[in-house]
Each structure stands twice: as C-alpha cells, then as structure tokens.
Write a protein that binds this ligand. Structure first.
Ligand SMILES: Nc1ncnc2c1ncn2[C@@H]1O[C@H](COP(=O)(O)OP(=O)(O)OP(=O)(O)O)[C@@H](O)[C@H]1O
Length: 219
C-alpha cells in the first residue's frame, strides 16, 4: 500500500534558530508510527507541519490522506460545554445538523469508554483520564483517516496511559486509520506501533527508523 505521508528534506527554523534540518520520512498507510527523540528536538514542530498548522521553510510534504485530526497532551476542552457538547462542537464546521451532532458525539463518547451520564458532565467534573477520552472522541468524531497525537497520554499514570493506547490501537485496527504518535516511552512505542522513528537532537534529522517485528507491531 502507498505511504500516507511522505516528507523529503523538510526544514524549519523559528526565526534564525534551525529546528528541523532536513527530515526524510515515510509513514505507511494503516497502523501506528511512533516518533521519539530528545526533549526539544522538534517533534511537536514536525507534527504541526504535518497537520498544516506551521508552514515548512523548505522540502516536500506529501499527504495521501483525506482528513487529519490532531490531539495534544493538554485536552483543551471548552470548560463551559459538557463533554457531549465539546465533542459535538467538532462537527459544527462540517454543518452537521444539531440532532445528528448529538447522536454522533454520544456514540463516540461511549466508544471511548465514557458513560451517558459522564457525557453530560462539564470538564471540571471529569478526571484527567476522562478528559483525555473526551479529547480523543472529539478528534475521532470527524472520522479522520490520519490521527496526529502529540504525547496525548503522557500526563496519565501508567495503567491509564496503557488503556488509552490500547483504545487507540483498537481504533487504528477497526477503522483502518493511520496514526503518528509522539511518545517518550520506548517500551510503549515498541508495544503499540509498527514503526519507530527516532529524531536526532535539534536541529533534527531522522536518526533511525525501524519496523517493530511481529504481526500488528508484535503485541
Ligand atoms: N513558537 C516557538 N518559537 C520559538 N521557538 C520555539 C517555538 N516552539 C518551539 N520552539 C523551540 O523549538 C525547539 C523544538 O521544540 P518542539 O516543541 O518541537 O520539540 P519537542 O521535541 O516536541 O520537545 P518535547 O519533547 O520537550 O515536547 C525547542 O528548542 C523549542 O524551545
């Protein structure tokens, strides 16, 4: 199958500080690619370029997907809206009618493990893990075929982070989604992904890319 994402010689500087020094990377369609590298090497910057939130200075970005969704470490929920309304809000730009928005948001919240009662709660009434689930549901409700996750679960404790990773793994397998995930945890990367890409310290290049052995990333 073709690659969902191809980067060639992608360069980026903040002002005169170079951060990406020529990134060459191919992300296969389907499955999870994890992105690792030392703190400050440019992982978030690279994801922002992939998502189209930042414009590269040079190089080529080929996006062979229809719709991307991004999720950050901070769930960034709107505090004055319930979980259901936060998720439904993601569909507003797509002009989905209100009743349909509520239905799809509710179903998505259930599929990430929230109860119907929790769906009616405000972010402050939810635990950190629940808020992350709401953020994941908000990313997924637009039916992306490419998921960009920037350390999405690093604020959660071990068990909860593992649960969330299994959830993402299941979604990737069931829906044929391609995901690229930044993590600092090498064991986690080996457990959940098909491919691990490591960046060098900034200004970053790809220092290594290896396939994780075994079917579905060796789980
Ligand atoms: N908006 C900005 N303006 C200037 N410099 C920035 C900006 N955002 C990030 N940087 C710098 O660019 C470098 C790369 O940052 P980036 O957040 O992409 O790294 P990272 O690998 O994701 O880091 P971490 O693993 O710590 O989250 C860092 O030195 C950071 O301080």
């Amino acid at each position: 199958m073709s690659d969902a994402l191809i980067l060639e010689g992608v360069r980026f500087s903040y002002g005169d500080v170079p951060v990406l020094a020529g990134i060459d990377l191919a992300v296969p369609t389907g499955g999870i690619t994890t992105l690792m590298g030392p703190s400050g090497c440019g992982k978030s910057t690279l994801l922002a370029i992939v998502a189209g939130l930042l414009e590269k200075d040079a190089g080529r970005v080929e996006r062979n997907f229809e719709r991307a969704a991004i999720m950050f470490q901070d769930p960034l929920l709107l505090p004055w809206r319930t979980a259901l309304a936060n998720v439904g809000f993601a569909l507003k730009a797509g002009r989905v009618p209100a009743a349909e928005r509520r239905k799809r948001a509710g179903e998505m919240l259930v599929s990430v493990g929230l109860s119907e009662a929790d769906a009616e709660k405000y972010p402050r009434q939810l635990s950190g893990g629940m808020r992350q689930r709401v953020a994941l549901a908000r990313a997924l409700v637009t039916e992306p075929d490419f998921l960009i996750l920037d350390e999405p679960f690093s604020s959660l404790d071990g068990d909860l982070a593992r649960q969330m990773h299994s959830l993402v793994r299941g979604i990737v397998e069931e829906r044929g989604v391609t995901a690229i995930i930044v993590t600092h945890d090498a064991a986690e990367a080996a457990r959940i992904s098909e491919r691990i890409v490591t960046l060098s310290p900034a200004p970053a290049r790809v220092a290594g890319a290896e396939d994780v052995p075994g079917p579905s990333g060796g789980r």
